[in-house]
Design a protein around this ligand. Structure first.
Ligand SMILES: CC(C)(COP(=O)(O)OP(=O)(O)OC[C@H]1O[C@@H](n2cnc3c(N)ncnc32)[C@H](O)[C@@H]1OP(=O)(O)O)[C@@H](O)C(=O)NCCC(=O)NCCS
Length: 240
């Protein structure tokens, strides 16, 4: 299913050239392409902590449960970006449980699992474009809550996600390897209620450096939520 067409810039050394792209849903039989693209982007990352990758088996399993993958293809029909969205239902991986979402709302959770953009095509807002492409689909399917995890050290992804209106509701270690609950990766859990139209009223606000995880955890435990990211000072505004 085609979602959008457009033009984007490709960087190759000092040169920038314009190329058409197509955004569309990925088919089950294209998953191998998605996994090798994921591994290619991951291998190039200097900080591997920011991206939790999954296997082909996990992805196919998730697709069979209804997950959607929105892909962006260049004019050579090569995959240059994708966004993976899953529907965790009542399973333990439902991030709604991490932010104490009421039990009856858990089935309305859509999870923004990960977005990857080819390094040569970054700077074209593809993370935001795939987000905008996803919203009508999710609304049509009846989902109400968007949830995602982002590393506190992934400035670009955090900025794009908060500018899309998701707010920080928790900060904890996720994706533990086994019983040791302290060996996970630090992640913010962000949430957006697609049906909420009211602006949040607040009486207190604090701005905290992103790297100060302890203060942010204390604030969240005290009922604050993170609403805005300042990239220059690398800090987050929390309100209550
Ligand atoms: C996070 C990510 C998807 C954002 O890609 P994007 O949509 O192309 O980013 P934007 O268009 O918002 O980029 C805004 C600016 O940040 C820069 N930028 C984006 N990602 C960057 C990165 N990883 N490293 C350095 N600069 C980056 C862009 O070049 C652009 O700069 P400009 O304004 O000077 O042109 C992409 O960086 C990526 O694939 N990262 C690796 C995987 C990842 O961390 N995914 C998110 C977690 S699931």
């Amino acid at each position: 299913m085609e979602l959008k067409r457009g033009i984007l810039a490709k960087y190759n050394g000092n040169n920038t050239t314009n190329h058409p792209y197509i955004m569309r849903l990925i088919k089950l039989e294209e998953l191998e392409k998605v996994v090798s693209f994921q591994n290619f982007v991951y291998d190039l990352l200097t900080d591997k902590q920011i991206l939790y990758i999954v296997s082909y088996e996990d992805m196919i399993e998730d697709m069979k449960l209804g997950a959607k993958i929105i892909g962006i293809f260049n004019k050579e029909d090569e995959l240059i970006a994708y966004r993976h969205i899953s529907f965790p239902g009542l399973s333990d991986r439902n991030l709604g449980k991490d932010i104490q979402l009421p039990e009856n709302e858990l089935v309305k959770v859509a999870q923004l699992e990960r977005t990857l953009v080819h390094p040569d095509y970054r700077g074209n807002n593809l993370q935001r474009i795939t987000f905008q492409g996803a919203i009508p689909l999710l609304k049509e399917l009846g989902y109400r809550h968007l949830l995602t995890t982002i590393s506190p050290f992934n400035l670009f992804s955090l900025l794009n996600t908060m500018q899309n209106g998701l707010k920080i509701k928790a900060l904890k270690q996720k994706y533990q390897t086994g019983k040791d609950t302290n060996d996970g990766l630090w992640r913010f859990i962000l949430h957006k209620d697609l049906e909420s139209i009211i602006d949040i009223d607040y009486t207190q606000s604090v701005t905290v450096p992103l790297e100060d995880l302890e203060t942010q955890q204390n604030l969240i435990n005290d009922g604050f939520i993170g609403v805005e990211l300042f990239t220059q000072s690398k800090s987050v505004k929390y309100i209550k």
